[in-house]
Design a protein around this ligand. Structure first.
Ligand SMILES: Nc1ncnc2c1ncn2[C@@H]1O[C@H](COP(=O)(O)OP(=O)(O)OP(=O)(O)O)[C@@H](O)[C@H]1O
Length: 222
């Protein structure tokens, strides 16, 4: 990874184009993220935010341009990158007949999250013991989201890709989650958050991009 005045470069896109069903969901996109940053990605529906996160997570490929994550090409090393990146999509695919806690135990093994941290995060996000022991399928939408967020925040990865984290959450939980992003960045991780909650994320972001028609423009900053 490259060193710069901002620290270690973790993500670097230059002219990255992703075609989805012949549509340029990302179009010549430039994007950088460094260690210890919370990078905010804003933009209207359909502007390419999720596609950007999926590209960085090795879930879709660029047809042109260059993509480096930890100095490596996620296209060539998709499996390795997926292990090293924590990606909170709208929610994780959970086992509906297992309890929230059992799901956390499963992900601790399958995705390398720290079980104690995951339980601690679920409590910080307001889940009671009763919620953790209920079957996943009876949990409310917000409670389900909290289990997913606890997994994402407790994975031992240096890069967190977070898509619309605030949707479905109450105000207190949104603030708790935001503190989690800041704490992760202070611990040296890179957190890239796509959100429509401009005021909330702008307050904690160290770098902001605005997406439009598949391209990203740096807003202010370096
Ligand atoms: N599988 C697909 N096939 C064709 N087009 C797709 C596919 N997935 C996404 N797109 C298109 O790519 C564009 C970018 O989608 P993307 O999900 O990245 O947007 P977004 O900025 O995350 O939107 P939102 O704010 O609504 O979540 C959209 O125009 C969408 O219709």
């Amino acid at each position: 990874m490259t060193e710069s005045p901002n620290g270690r470069l973790v993500v670097r896109l230059r002219g990255a184009t992703v075609m989805l069903d012949r549509f340029p969901a990302l179009a010549r996109c430039d994007f950088d993220a460094y260690e210890s940053e919370v990078v905010f990605v804003q933009g209207p529906n359909g502007s390419g935010k999720t596609t950007l996160l999926r590209l960085l997570g090795g879930l879709v490929e660029a047809m042109s341009g260059s993509v480096l994550v930890f100095g490596r090409d996620p296209k060539a090393e998709a499996r390795a990158i997926r292990r090293e990146v924590s990606y909170l999509a709208h929610s994780y695919q959970m086992y509906e007949d297992l309890s929230g806690r059992e799901n956390l135990e499963f992900f601790a093994v399958a995705a390398g999250c720290d079980l104690d941290d995951a339980i601690e995060w679920s409590r910080r996000l307001g889940l009671a013991t009763r919620d953790l022991h209920a079957r996943f399928r009876v949990l409310s939408a917000g409670q389900r989201k909290k289990i997913s967020a606890a997994i994402a925040l407790s994975r031992r990865t240096e890069l967190l890709l977070i898509d619309e984290p605030h949707a479905l959450l109450d105000q207190v939980s949104k603030a708790t989650l935001d503190r989690g992003f800041t704490e992760a960045a202070q611990a040296g991780k890179t957190v890239i958050v796509a959100s429509h909650e401009l005021d909330r994320i702008s307050a904690l972001a160290t770098r902001r991009y605005r997406m439009s028609n598949g391209s990203a423009t740096l807003v202010g900053g370096t």
